[in-house]
Design a protein around this ligand. Structure first.
Ligand SMILES: NC(=O)c1ccc[n+]([C@@H]2O[C@H](COP(=O)([O-])OP(=O)(O)OC[C@H]3O[C@@H](n4cnc5c(N)ncnc54)[C@H](OP(=O)(O)O)[C@@H]3O)[C@@H](O)[C@H]2O)c1
Length: 227
């Protein structure tokens, strides 16, 4: 991490099938093996906060807590421009603190309801949540290490903006196909490989039936141009 870093160190972690899907066409995202889930929960216990996009909250209703190993729960962070997180969502169950980042598109009434369920609401950005600014805000709240757990859209926006430091991907031994099945990173994409995000392989490990690959992000050329 750079000396003048004013944002959290971000680790993107995801489980995908051999064909790069993080969910099936039917929305099933239970991909990795039990040992890998233990590893994920251990990783959650080692970070200050874990972040997902509202698409993941709506699709999977995750708890984002540490349950499979002993350890502390991280702060839960949801990127949710329009404040669409349902009040009954597990991330609002009070079992760990939750921060919701909304944009000025979010209706005041929705914000009020979410606030009443105990979540901290941060308004950041006009249409979409301004992620570079939001990362600085999280840093100022004391969050130094952040685990990004998807989904495809938020992964793209975070990578494209040069906000990811490490990528850890578990490849599970399945092929599920499907043009509409979600993949690890979506968004607009880069037209040329040479414009893409350069990563360097740092670890290869067998975890149960799966394969864990870890990478350091070494270059985000277009991100610099788009800022
Ligand atoms: N296998 C795995 O490891 C794994 C992990 C997580 C998720 N998943 C899968 O991923 C899928 C969900 O992915 P998704 O792409 O639909 O949703 P997502 O990335 O979780 O959330 C994206 C949403 O976040 C909101 N948002 C607000 N500001 C944003 C910004 N600056 N950048 C990006 N997003 C912003 C947008 O909604 P608004 O426009 O309403 O603000 C956007 O549609 C599900 O199928 C889930 O099962 C798999």
């Amino acid at each position: 991490m750079g000396a003048q870093m004013t944002r959290p160190y971000v680790i993107l972690n995801a489980a995908m099938t051999l064909d790069g899907k993080i969910a099936t066409t039917g929305g099933d995202s239970k991909i990795s093996c039990k040992k890998d889930l233990d590893r994920l929960h251990r990783l959650r216990s080692e970070v200050d906060a874990v972040m997902v996009g509202v698409g993941t909250v709506l699709a999977d209703d995750p708890s984002l807590t540490v349950r499979r190993v002993h350890g502390k729960n991280p702060i839960r962070v949801i990127v949710d421009g329009e404040a669409k997180t349902p009040q009954h969502a597990k991330v609002l169950d009070g079992s760990a603190p939750t921060i919701l980042a909304v944009s000025s598109r979010a209706r005041k009434e929705k914000i009020r309801k979410l606030r009443s369920s105990g979540a901290k609401i941060v308004v950041m950005g006009g249409v979409k949540v301004d992620l570079p600014k939001f990362m600085k805000e999280l840093y100022s709240m004391g969050i130094r290490k952040l685990l990004l757990e998807g989904g495809s859209t938020l992964n793209w926006e975070m990578l494209k903006n040069g906000l990811v430091d490490e990528v850890r991907v578990t490849i599970a031994p399945w092929i599920v196909g499907g043009k509409k099945a979600r993949s690890l990173v979506e968004g607009l994409g880069f037209p040329k490989v040479r414009n893409g995000i350069r990563v360097r392989l740092t670890k290869v490990e067998r975890v149960g039936t799966d394969l864990l690959l870890a990478y350091k992000v070494v270059g985000v050329r277009d991100a610099q141009k788009t800022r």
